[in-house]
Design a protein around this ligand. Structure first.
Ligand code: 1HA
Length: 270
């Protein structure tokens, strides 16, 4: 695949090819651990993917064949969060998780190695996970003085069930790609050399599907779990569609023409 750089960043690569936006965490020296800056760059790239009409699907991955992402960079973990150049401690990966979830396009985790700790949670919040055979999955929080009780726990439990989710978090063991697939948190496992091809095949199929339908299904699946925020997303999409109707147009026109709206001709469906 011929990937073209969309924008240069320090900690990530952000590229485009055939309708797909690819975000690659590029800190292989630290097993692609993230700092607040890495996360900020990913947030910016995700926003770009949201607004770029040429992008229909997003891939999130890590550089190299060792790690997808090993979570927060322990070298910059301070008191109250991970400390960036501005000296402020942050847990901004939580904002990134919400971005991935509310992006109205599919986000695919292409898991090329260790998905550990906060890096494991990133694959959990993606819509689909395709893994290479060498990928290894696990949480480490209770071993290294952390935990993610948000999506990293409750959404994980939706994939693997409560007992397994508790096992994953309480014991902090590592699991093979095959085990992760059998548990239901990975969609497909392929040899490392085939990872990008396989992932792109999945992306191409989704790019042939109706983007509005994908958007609505993602919002619907989110809504069941996300409370008012989930309903807001789903209802926002309903509003978007409603604005396409003459009925909604009549309301706006009447206001601008300073007359009473006439909704009488619009059907009251059974
Ligand atoms: O829990 C949260 C959060 C919770 C709520 C809200 C926000 C959160 C945000 C983040 C997190 C977390 O991510 S907590 C979990 C933090 N991560 C970890 O505990 C994983 C640490 N790493 C490992 O367990 C292993 O490195 C590994 C299983 C990923 C790979 O093992 P391997 O192949 O044996 O390599 P290793 O030798 O350990 O690592 C290679 C180099 O990468 C080492 O550096 P070197 O000794 O060569 O100088 C290692 O220190 C570095 N490295 C790996 N992971 C990290 C790291 N450096 C900094 N931070 C890392 N996470």
């Amino acid at each position: 695949y011929k990937w073209e750089t969309i924008k240069e960043f320090e900690d990530i690569r952000f590229e485009y090819c055939e309708g797909v936006g690819k975000i690659t965490i590029n800190r292989p020296r630290y097993r692609n651990a993230f700092t607040p800056q890495t996360v900020q760059e990913m947030i910016e790239a995700m926003d770009h993917c949201r607004y770029d009409e040429n992008i229909g699907v997003v891939i999130l991955t890590g550089e190299g064949d060792k790690a997808f992402c090993s979570g927060g960079d322990q070298n910059v973990k301070g008191v109250g969060g991970y400390v960036g150049k501005d000296g402020v401690p942050r847990l901004n990966v939580l904002d990134l998780q919400k971005k991935i979830r509310s992006l109205p396009k599919p986000v695919v985790a292409m898991v090329n190695g260790f998905a550990i700790g906060g890096g494991h949670v990133l694959h959990v919040v993606c819509d689909l996970s395709i893994a290479s055979e060498n990928a290894i999955f696990g949480q480490t929080g209770p071993k290294v003085g952390s935990f993610d009780g948000g999506f990293g726990s409750s959404y994980l439990a939706r994939h693997v069930g409560q007992k397994k989710a508790r096992e994953i978090w309480f014991l902090c063991k590592q699991y093979s790609a095959q085990e992760a697939c059998e548990m239901g948190m990975v969609n497909k496992v392929v040899p490392f050399e085939e990872l990008e091809n396989e992932t792109m095949e999945w992306c191409k199929i989704m790019l042939e599907r109706s983007p509005l339908a994908l958007r609505m299904v993602k919002a619907g699946l989110n809504a069941e779990l996300d409370g008012q925020a989930g309903i807001q997303e789903l209802a926002g999409n309903a509003t978007l569609l409603y604005y396409f109707t003459e009925e909604a147009q009549e309301g706006k026109k009447a206001f601008l023409e300073k007359r009473k709206p006439d909704f009488s001709k619009y059907p009251k469906f059974p």
